[in-house]
Structures are given as C-alpha cells and as structure tokens.
Design a protein around this ligand. Structure first.
Ligand code: IVH
Length: 664
C-alpha cells in the first residue's frame, strides 16, 4: 500500500477510536489538542490526495453539503409508533394481552428510556452508512444523510456480516447543547426553540449540513432490524454496542411486569437529572420469536408500549384570555400566562378549548391557575386556585363576535362550541387554505401558513382555485417580501405537482365537515371519482361499510351548495385530477370490498403493505379471528390465528391467492 494511503488509514483508525471513546463511551483518552493535531494532519493529506478520501473519514462529518431539498425515502419496513400506557393498570393490561397471545410460551421484557427526540432510520450497505431517513409519515421519510453524518457518536463504517443493515434510533440534542443554541439565538435576536426536541427536528431539517455540524446532534440507537441471527432485544443492544453505536445505558432486562413497573418508577425518579430529555419509558418484549405471534395493529406493534410519565403541574397567573377562529369557524379560547418553567420549557400560553371549559371551571383573568402539558406538548389550564385574590375577580364572559371579522358568533343548541358563520371571514379562509395545502391533504410543499397569509393579504389567493392560478401572476409574486425567483418557482412547481394527486387527497382537502382523511379515502375508493360521488344520494353513501349517517348527510349537503359544485368544476378545468388513482383503479372488486380480513404469519412484505392494499379495495383489516372473519391471509409460521381460523371454517389464503384475489 502507498505510504500516504497507509498513513491516512492509520490516522482515520486512531481518530475514530478516540472519537468513540469521547462521544459514545464518555471517557476521553486524549486531550483536544492531541486529537486536533491528528485531525489536521489527516485533513491536509486528504486535501493533497483526494483519491484516498473515504466515507468513514472523520473529516467527512463536518458538513458543508447544501441541498436544494431533501429527497423522499420509502422505508423498507414502515416506521411504526407505539401505543401509550399512562399507569400501572395499562402496563398490567399490556402484559395480559401478551400472555394471551403467546399461549404459555415464556417471555420477558426490556425496559429503556423513551428519548424525546426524533426517530431516524440508518441504512448501512456493505458496512458503510448509506442513508439516514426521518420517519415522515411512517412510510415515506426524508433522506437527511448529510445532516446525520455530522453526528460524531455515529459510526460511518461498521463491521457487520450482513450486506444490508438497518438500525433505528432517536436523534436528540442534549439539554446543555439546547441551552447553548438558545443562548446564541437570543444574543442574535432570533426566535428561540421551544424545547430540545424542536431544536433537534429543526436541525435535522436544515438543508445546509454545516448548521447541523455546529449543533452537535447526538443519537441513541434502539432497534436493530436484522434479527435473523439474534434472538432477543437485549442481545441486539449488546450487538449494537459492539459495533460502536451509542446505546442508552439505563435499559434493563426485566423478567416480569412487576420488575418492569419497578424500573419504570426508577427511571421516573432520574428523569430531571439526565442531560437529555426523556418523556417516558419504552417497554418491549425481549424475545424476537414472539413478535409475529403477538402481532401488530395498523399503527403499533403489540409487543411494545410507551409508558408516558405523568405531566408535571405548576401554578402561574392567568394574564389574559383571547379567542381565535379556525377553518371551520370554530372559536378556541387561549390563555396568556405569566411565564413559568414546565417540563423543561418556559410556558406562557395555553389552550382553554371552548367557552364551556372556562365557565365550568370558573376560570378568571387575574387568577392563579394550575397548568400542565397535555401529552407534554400543548400546555393546558387544569383549574383556578380559589384563593382570597380569586373572589374579587370579575367572572369571565364569552365573546359575542368573531375576533377576526366581528360578525356575531353562533352556537347550536346542545353544542359546546361557538362558530363564526361568515363564509368570507378572512381567518377561516386562510385556515382552510392551510388545511388544503397540508401534508395529509394536497401536500403542497412550501405553501406554509405564512405564505398563505401573504398571498391572501395581497389579494392573490382568495379560495382554493386561486392557488392553481398563481402561475399566471408569477411576476407579481416576485415583488412580495422575501419571495425570490427560486422560492416562487419552487412553490409554483410544487403546486403544479399536486394536480395529479389521487382524488382522495383533494376530497379531504376540501374540508367537508366530518370528512377526515380515512373517510375521504373510503368514499373516493368506493365511488372512484369525486364527480361520481357528487351524484350519489344519502342512502347510497350511507350503505358503505364504516360510513355513518352523519358523514353521508354532510357530503350530500356539501354537494347541494352551488358554490361548492362550481369549485369542483373550476378545479377540474384548472387541470386537477378528480379520479381515484390508487393501486386498484379498475380492479376494485366485490370479492374484497366490505369483507373482513385478518393477517398473520411471516409474509414477503410487512403486514401494513397488505393492509393498505386491502383497505384500498374497501376491505377491513382486523386483529383477531372470529366467526365474522371472511379471510385469513396466512404467511409462513402462522400460529394460533391459523388454528382458530381452521376451527371456525374461515377461508384461509396464502400470498399467491391473495395476489389473485386483488387481480395482480
Ligand atoms: S422503539 C416499533 N424505543 O418513541 C418500535 N422508540 O412513541 C419502534 N422512541 O417513534 C420504537 N425512545 O421515535 C423505541 N427506546 C425507544 C425509544 C423510542 C424514543 C420514540 C420513537 C418512536 C416513538 C413512539
């Protein structure tokens, strides 16, 4: 080997060993000067001999890559989230459920802190970190490799026998780093991050990786996905550690649920002393071979659960109450609070929901109130403290007029919410445009509420259809504040791209009352197009499985309004697709729609893959086999569900037969 190449290799190995000792083991073996000297030598050599630069060189972490946008990344296996437990009872139920599923087989648990960061999936190919992707919607995430490579505790190369290794974990900013970043932002008069998780998420989503490099992100890894040669979660943690990954050291193997509860309580006592935020504890079944048997719901694995720590409660003064109006016209009341430190952040605003909430609790401006964070995110007022100061305060009165357009508010008898029913209320329009552009609806990248406000205030957009006419006023858009040529063109392109969305996204985006994302999908899948759906009557819509009379009436009523019909026609003439374009299209088939399926055993793809195909065909996927089950889709090593289906004479199909059934 060339002398230079050899020296470069030596330097890399030494620096990687030192970095691992410093960033992962928290036990530095040399001082900074010694590290820096070798790092500089390596950098110089690589500058002279760039042919020897490799992906695992510590010089490759420093950032400097500036992207235009993040590429989408489709996860090989969906990134699921976890069901929540809030008390010991929930944990005991979790245990009971597992006991039932595994039928006498022995099992144990692994209990570890729930790191409050953002989840990340790492793909190593032939030992080299190839891709790092965010969770996104669980199926599609974003490729944020250049930012994740700046995490110094993360090995860029690993020694693993498998060619393809996927590892998942949590990226976070420790509290010290978070405070440092906010102090710097304060000095520069920049808006502060609300908490370490937001700061970490904001950092991972920076297009310029030198920002991430400056901010010292870190990562704990907790999920090794190549499970073939490893039989328990605790072994997989040891394996990750042996490959130099940072694994949280508070994880513990627990023989039974009582031991789990003890470790959960112990971690709760440590919570505020750690230098990273934890918002709970994750409990996983330790034995991998039981995972398939215990199974999954559509959102969660049933072999794991997240115990959420009880919210911290503090007392502070309520300075003011003000109303805001949402896209449906619903009024929400908000509180202005004297700043108070709560669960790691400073809180000065909280939600009060609706007028009834305030009246029932007799919450008064000027009172001392108890606050907590609901799900540790949005602060909420629990109740006022009725001390001597309280009795002299005026009783709060609800608003009579819309805070934005001043029109009188209405309240249907029996409903708790007040509504602004003025269809030209600017805030309602802005909020509905925001909904239309949102990820779950049309997913117009870059059309944020800030941009929508700007476009609305300058008269460019007054309704949904106007969004698709923006390209005709491109030059005028360039005159708006902070709208450069590039951002305008990106926005216009993003808008154009959404014209070809499958129609359920458009239908959800229209914001029809009671029509949530799932309902929009069901309706569009069943009727194949919005234009067809438009002509259906109440009874036809209501006969669809899972569609109730309220939704059916709301849809029929919506299509009765001439302005809505005109909007659909206009959108169509602007080139928006109004047909269902899912996998099934014309294959929509009576054999499957409205039938109930259970999926079990190991299949060639994750269960969610089959589940979404079935749902697109209008079928229902449920967890357990009963007399009412129409089909059991069984993969290899199917256990108790297969037996039960055989007993109950449920039709059992394999993957091949499934493909036939869906017409593939
Ligand atoms: S396991 C399929 N372990 O919590 C199971 N998740 O609420 C994958 N999280 O999306 C997750 N610490 O982002 C697991 N020790 C831990 C975790 C953890 C934090 C996050 C993760 C997940 C979310 C679920």
């Amino acid at each position: 080997m060339d002398k230079i190449e050899k020296r470069i290799k030596e330097l890399k190995t030494q620096l990687n060993i030192w970095a691992h000792a410093y960033y992962v083991l928290d036990a530095p073996v040399v001082d900074d000067a010694e590290y820096d000297a070798l790092f500089l030598e390596l950098k110089d050599l690589e500058a002279q001999y760039p042919q020897f630069i490799t992906g695992d060189s510590p010089t490759q972490r420093v950032g400097g890559i500036v992207l235009e946008k993040f590429e989408k990344y489709q996860h090989k296996t969906p990134m699921l989230s976890l069901d929540n437990a809030f008390n010991d009872g929930d944990l005991l139920n979790f245990d009971k459920q597992i006991k039932k599923e595994v039928e006498q087989k022995p099992y144990s648990f692994f209990v570890e802190p729930k790191i409050d960061g953002l989840s990340i999936s790492l793909i190593y190919k032939q030992g080299k970190l190839q891709t790092a992707a965010t969770r996104g919607d669980g199926v599609y995430g974003e490729d944020v490799t250049s930012n994740i490579k700046t995490i110094k505790s993360l090995p860029l190369m690993i020694a693993d026998l498998d060619d393809y290794v996927e590892i998942r974990g949590e990226v976070f900013l420790n509290k010290t780093e978070f405070n440092k970043i906010n102090a710097q932002r304060k000095a520069k008069d920049e808006p502060l991050f609300a908490n370490p998780r937001n700061a970490a998420a904001g950092t991972v989503r920076q297009l310029d990786s030198s920002i991430a490099a400056e901010r010292n992100l870190d990562a704990f890894l907790y999920y090794y996905m190549n499970r073939e040669k490893i039989s328990t979660h605790s072994q997989s943690m040891t394996h990750l550690q042996s490959m130099n990954f940072k694994v949280n050291n508070l994880g513990q193997h627990c023989p039974d649920i009582q031991a789990v509860i003890e470790h959960v309580n112990y971690l709760n006592t440590l919570r505020h002393d750690l230098d990273y935020e934890i918002d709970g504890v994750v409990i996983k079944v330790n034995e991998f071979d039981l995972y398939e048997e215990i199974g999954y719901t559509s959102k969660f694995p049933k072999w794991a659960i997240a115990f959420k720590f009880p919210a911290e409660v503090k007392t502070t003064k309520l300075l003011d109450i003000f109303p805001t109006v949402g896209r449906t016209g619903r009024i929400t009341y908000n509180a202005v609070l004297e700043p108070v430190g709560l669960a790691g952040t400073t809180v000065q605003a909280a939600t009060l929901h609706n007028a009834d909430f305030i009246v029932e609790r007799d919450i008064r401006v000027g009172a001392n109130v108890k606050v907590k964070k609901a799900g540790d995110i949005i602060p909420e007022i629990i109740e006022p403290i009725k001390d001597e100061n309280f009795v002299n305060l005026p009783i709060w009165q609800e608003s009579q007029n819309c805070p934005e357009c001043n029109s009188p508010l209405e309240r249907t008898v029996g409903e708790v919410d007040q509504y602004c029913i003025n269809s030209s209320c600017p805030r309602k329009i802005i909020r509905s445009l925001e909904h239309f552009a949102s990820r779950e609806a049309m997913n117009i990248e870059g059309l944020s509420i800030k941009i929508i406000e700007k476009l609305y205030e300058n008269g460019f957009v007054k309704n949904i259809a106007d969004i698709y006419k923006l390209k005709t006023v491109r030059t005028n858009l360039l005159e708006l504040d902070n709208m450069g040529e590039k951002s305008v063109d990106n926005l216009l392109q993003a808008i154009e791209n959404t014209k070809q969305n499958s129609a359920e996204k458009l239908f959800f985006g229209l914001g029809i009352r009671y029509v949530g994302k799932k309902t929009a999908q069901l309706l569009v899948i069943n009727f194949k197009s919005i234009l067809n759906l438009k002509n259906q009557d109440f009874d036809t819509i209501a006969t669809i499985h899972d569609i109730g009379p309220t939704v059916s009436q709301a849809v029929v009523d919506w299509f009765k309004v001439q302005a809505n019909l005109d909007l659909v026609t206009e959108l169509q003439s602007l080139g928006l697709n109004t047909d269902y374009l899912g996998n099934v299209g014309s294959k929509f088939n009576e054999e499957i729609s409205n039938k109930s399926f259970v999926i079990t055993g190991t299949l060639s793809k994750p269960r969610n893959h089959f589940k979404s195909i079935l749902e697109e065909h209008g079928a229902k996927v449920i967890d357990s086999v009963s007399k009412k089950t129409d089909y059991l889709l069984a993969g290899s090593e199917a256990g108790s569900k297969l037996e039960k289906a055989q007993k109950l004479n449920v039709k059992i199909i394999n993957e091949e037969e499934f493909k036939e059934l869906i017409g593939e």
